[in-house]
Ligand binder design. Structure first.
Ligand SMILES: [Zn+2]
Length: 467
């Protein structure tokens, strides 16, 4: 039977400082080896001081994933030699005498499948190796320690997945959940990294490391399953090893034989004392935790009558659901949800585009009201959103500049409809025979007015004229 388990590393990007020192947690955009201090490069004599906020954020993740949080947590040294790890050990958590990591035994429902979370641990990120050119051929490797000590949470699942697609769905849901919880901006490069353990019936566990994107994750697991099955068919052994995903060739390649846990010689990190996690702290965190995606979706459906599919799209995206929360009132909520999901999301679908967006909650609220009060058609609203997103001008200014006001009065509509009737004689005859084809004529009127005609008034006039 196919078994796939995941180890997900999530940077707590919303924290200001690193896990054990006061260097910036956001290491991005610095010159190499600037964002460092004696603690995060492990100089002799330096002492780590635990970032309490990291413990709180990790506890929130643990609770949201249904994990048990123990009354006391501890830290361990995981010993290994690698150039990106200046101390030659990583401070992490390890469950050896009972659970001392921040979370264990959780679960999360993915579609109809329950995925068990075996543990969640707090640890420090190593530095980064930067290769000159192609990593497999590069003769020069640079080390940048700016990332060293950045707070990470590792989420380890049980091997409960059986298909690559399940994995992808899970990682998508998990990244939405982490964004929504306000602990991480998972869209940042390197903020969410996944290793997958893959095994089939007759084989040992193979770990695939360093998979860059979610899409590649699905591909890498798919490739690995085929590779293992073909070995098994030929009666060849599937050794336990670590493999790398080769993005260029779309295959996994052998990297090294897999270390066993005992190879790391874990031992307690005596420089970081145990931390007591009091019930009061957990209660306080729970109270202040953002609403979950599921409860948000249900609220949108029940309170505002937003269709389930729209509510689902809106609730899973923190950026847009925050915008919705600021913009809506009881009356225009449904219209705003509509504007966001049909017009705005496609317009600003990347972080860069979202950052450049000039549209404010008030714009959306004004626009929804204008639609509801018949001042602007939905088609014109689309044009207006594009213009607001670019310029940030108030709706009233944009409506008059672009002449987007709705054409309601019968006399001006009648002139346009006469023109259309003159040009579309066959369509008029068709509509007389079969009224269902009348939308063609309405469409022509909308086109002539650049979407500004009131569709229901237009339809009425056309119907009258057809009689
Ligand atoms: Zn530091």
């Amino acid at each position: 039977m196919t078994k796939i388990g995941l180890e997900i590393h999530c940077q707590l990007t919303k924290l200001k400082s690193k896990l054990f020192c006061s260097c910036k947690a956001d290491y991005r955009g610095f010159e190499p080896n600037i964002n460092i201090c004696p603690i995060c490069v492990g100089l002799p004599g330096s002492l780590p001081l635990l970032n309490k906020k990291a413990v709180e954020k990790a506890a929130m993740i643990a609770m949201r994933l249904g994990c048990k949080v123990p009354p006391k947590i501890g830290f361990f040294r995981k010993n290994y030699f690698y150039p990106d790890l200046p101390k030659n050990f990583q401070i992490t958590q390890y469950n050896v005498h009972g659970p001392t990591s921040i979370g264990s035994e959780g679960q999360i429902l993915i579609e109809d499948k329950m995925i068990r979370i075996s543990r969640i641990q707090i640890e420090e990120d190593p530095g980064r190796l930067i290769y000159e050119g192609d990593p497999s051929k590069s003769l020069t490797t640079f080390v940048d320690y700016n990332r060293s000590g950045t707070p990470l949470v590792e989420i380890v699942t049980e091997p409960d997945f059986t298909t690559p697609k399940q994995v992808r769905t899970f990682v998508n849901i998990l990244s939405d959940l982490l964004d929504n919880l306000g602990v991480s901006d998972t869209s940042l490069e390197g903020a969410l990294r996944v290793d997958a353990n893959v095994s089939i019936d007759k084989g040992e566990k193979v770990e695939i490391k360093n998979i860059g994107s979610f899409r590649n994750l699905e591909k890498a697991i798919h490739f690995e399953l085929i590779r293992q099955e073909s070995l098994a068919e030929r009666g060849m052994p599937i050794p336990s090893e670590t493999r790398q995903w080769d993005e260029g060739r779309k295959i996994t390649i052998s990297a090294r034989t897999k270390e066993e846990e005992q190879d790391y010689r874990y031992f307690p990190e005596s420089d970081v004392p145990h931390v007591l996690i009091k019930d009061q702290l957990l209660e306080k965190l729970k109270e202040n935790m953002p609403e979950s995606i599921i409860s948000k979706r249900e609220r949108y459906v029940e309170k505002y009558g937003i269709p389930n599919q729209v509510a689902e799209v809106l609730s899973t995206d923190k950026f847009y659901s925050d915008l919705f929360e600021k913009a809506h009132n009881e009356n225009n909520a449904k219209e705003i949800a509509n504007l966001i999901t049909t017009d705005l999301m496609g317009l600003a679908d990347t972080k860069e585009k979202r950052d450049q967006l000039k549209l404010k909650p008030q714009h959306l609220s004004d626009l929804a009201d204008a639609i509801l009060n018949n001042k602007i058609t939905r088609i014109s609203a689309k044009t207006a959103i594009h213009e607001i997103a670019k310029t940030g001008k108030p709706l009233s200014e944009i409506t008059s500049e672009l002449d987007l006001g709705r054409v309601d009065d019968e006399s001006s509509l009648l002139n346009i409809i006469d023109e259309v009737f003159a040009e579309e004689k066959q369509a008029v005859e068709d509509a007389k025979q079969n009224i269902e084809t009348v939308n063609y004529l309405v469409g022509k009127v909308m086109k002539k007015t650049k979407g500004k005609a009131n569709p229901s008034v237009t339809l009425e006039i056309i119907k009258k004229k057809l009689k």
